[in-house]
Design a protein around this ligand. Structure first.
Ligand code: 9J3
Length: 289
């Protein structure tokens, strides 16, 4: 007995050392200093993409982008394009968000002319697809998704769909980011999840005073919501060819880090000093709270 304990010690220390090294390398990746620069470009994780997974009736083709070696389950994000658009119009979000530690499904609608309500159905179905990937044997994401951290995003009619889906399914998601959204007479008074509306003051297709701004105003005061309007931004400011994706991406990443992951280090990029530096970029930045 007395000499068995000392003999176990070296093995115990070796095991602790190995575990310590492994977790400290993870720690240094996920806890690296977060800066305006680090959020303005791709993040620390290597990424992969795949497109073979079970079909859903509510959308067409889709691609899932995901990070390698996160050492923890990741949140999921579904992204929908706008009227007549396809994945490629908005798929820059896939690698950008995946490299910061999210599993991202970018979808094609069943037909390019689907109206916003169908895009909302597509987004919720895509969220369910991501959740199912977590438990599908053989999926690269098997056991790697935190199914309680889900967000939806979309452009224009896909942004309308984002708002419709958030309004009807706030119980299935944790955050929403409509960009240059379009939904005539939209009433989103049942949204309870944190919602970031990204808009452009020079949008000639979905003019902010008819769409994004009134859409935002229908979201309840009791819901965490931000209205971010890029001064001079057009309808395509958050699409793959947008002129300032460094900034747009930074706000999207910070929103998801804060409200999916609950990581408070990102709050200052939405509400604090690291947001104030951008004041000159916005015609309106209404943060409530
Ligand atoms: O998805 C969009 O770009 C909607 C823009 C629009 O005004 O469509 C009208 C048919």
């Amino acid at each position: 007995m007395t000499n068995r304990v000392p003999r176990a010690f070296p093995i115990l220390f070796l095991a602790l050392f190995i575990v310590g090294c492994a977790s400290s390398s993870r720690f240094s990746t996920s806890q690296a200093p977060v800066t305006i620069a680090s959020l303005s470009t791709d993040g620390p994780y290597a990424i992969r993409a795949y497109s073979s997974f079970p079909d859903a009736a509510e959308f067409g083709d889709a691609t899932i982008y995901y990070p390698l070696d996160t050492g923890r389950p990741v949140g999921g994000v579904a992204v929908a394009p706008g009227f007549t658009e396809r994945q490629r119009h908005i798929n820059w979000w896939g690698p950008r968000l995946a490299s910061h530690g999210f599993a991202v499904i970018v979808l094609d609608t069943n037909t390019p002319r689907d109206m916003p309500d169908l895009r909302g159905d597509a987004l919720i179905a895509a969220v369910r697809t991501l959740k199912a990937e977590n438990s599908r044997r053989g999926s690269p994401l098997n056991g790697r998704i935190d199914v309680n951290k889900m967000a939806i995003m979309g452009h224009s009619m896909g942004g309308g769909g984002t708002l419709i889906a958030a309004n009807n399914h706030s119980d299935e998601i944790q955050a929403a980011i409509p960009f240059t959204p379009w939904q005539p007479e939209g009433d989103f008074s049942s949204i309870t999840v944190p919602t970031l509306v990204i808009a452009g003051s020079a949008d000639r297709i979905a003019a902010v005073d008819e769409y994004a701004w009134p859409h935002y105003q229908t979201i309840p005061h009791s819901t965490t919501r931000v209205y971010m309007e890029i001064n001079g931004g057009d309808h395509f400011l958050a699409n793959s060819n947008g002129p300032d994706l460094a900034v747009i991406g930074r706000y999207g990443i910070a929103w998801l880090k804060l409200y999916l992951d609950g990581d408070e280090r990102y709050r200052r990029f939405i509400y604090g000093d690291a947001q104030k530096v951008d004041a000159g970029k916005f015609s309106r930045y209404i943060a409530n709270p």
